[in-house]
Design a protein around this ligand. Sequence first.
Ligand code: GLN
Length: 525
Amino acid sequence: MAAGEQVSNIFDTILVLDFGSQYSHLITRRLREFNIYAEMLPCTQKISELGWTPKGIILSGGPYSVYAVDAPHVDHAIFDLNVPILGICYGMQELAWINGKQVGRGDKREYGPATLKVIDNSNPLFKGMNDSTVWMSHGDKLHGLPTGYKTIAVSDNSPYCGIVHETKAIYGIQFHPEVTHSTQGKTLLKNFAVELCHTKQNWTMENFIDTEINRIRNLVGPTAEVIGAVSGGVDSTVASKLMTEAIGDRFHAILVDNGVLRLNEAANVKKTLVEGLGINLDVVDASEEFLTKLKGVTDPEKKRKIIGNTFIHVFEREAEKIKPKDGKEIQFLLQGTLYPDVIESISFKGPSQTIKTHHNVGGLLENMKLKLIEPLRELFKDEVRHLGELLGIPHDLVWRHPFPGPGIAIRVLGEVTKEQVEIARKADNIYIEEIKKAGLYNQISQAFACLLPVKSVGVMGDQRTYDQVIALRAIETTDFMTADWFPFEHSFLKKVASRIVNEVDGVARVTYDITSKPPATVEWE
Ligand code: GLN
């Protein structure tokens, strides 16, 4: 767990139990939009081991059939908590299975839109709603009402589209309110949390700052010291600023200049973090060390490994130089983990559940005997950005595009040398500068220049040139799982191409990447 007392003990919390639906995390996301704190855990969670009491419980959808022998089932102790429960799709089928087993294969699968017809308008779950489009995604259905339940909504194919227990606040719905195709789904989720569970809508970043600073202080104690790596990106900067607010100079930030950062990056980060934000930061120039290790390496996976391992090595060496004032060793390692990574590692994937740990952090924790501190692990990216703005982090940094850990090393295709990095850096800097000038930076999710190790013939000032190629990439995406290329105006591309060829030595030609993801990835390597 993150720091000290859990957020779920401080804020009213809706517990989402995940049965493996691809939409489960959206339930949490939607509730957060209404300033309601919600946390997701696998459906196998034992209530006795929870450590906090939820204000309400939502059972998600899932790919299984409740009647199958190996189907996942919920801990029946949820019913002893006497809090409202909402079962969504598989979640409703699970409630029905527990109360009479009237669930089986439907005669037709239902995938896509359906019209919800509300029978009981006075029910708090439907407050402010009327008949509306809802999204269905199921093959199983209820063949009868569970014992003790009544119907409150129907659809053409689902006579038990919405059900409720006769005397308790236990609800089941066949459709998915968490997806945007369910036009009034958000209202339904809010109704469940506010009207039925009476959850306070106090989950704001303003409130989070205070509770988080207290949590960090309690966890670290009055004398212990904390170390963390910063990258110049929003997550590590926000995490570092929070630590500084909580424990001041007992937090030590380290920026490792690996020789493959963006143009002037180390100096810029130093200026912003030290002068602007008062963060206790050391910049370590290890660029020669990284570039020496990368010599002759062209395989992208090898490049990533070398950079990851060298980073651990350099970071440990620098960490040893720090001598905490209490005379002891550094005790904690800060990590800017966000909630989507947590969800990824805990979401229910059936018997062979995989847990992802971050390569670099895992190594550091073991070697240095550090304890992990993750102040952002409950937050989604937009919440981190909001928090960053509140903490006074410059707007440009808060809204910066993501940048890969191996940096420009995977944007210089082929061998990474100082000269090649310099070409890629300069081209990238011109490209981003023009994007910002054109007011397009915030419409684009990620943009960068890549250096292709291909030589191409050109002509400059009547002279034949034989130089390399820069590929420009810009994508639009909401989740980075799928992405499309950004449709720049021709005049924009013309301007960028001309500036790059004219201003960057070694480039004879510029191309624009018009491949979506899939089939291509965002980065070239
Ligand atoms: N697997 C179940 C079905 O097909 C539940 C589907 C779901 O939860 N979306 O009906």
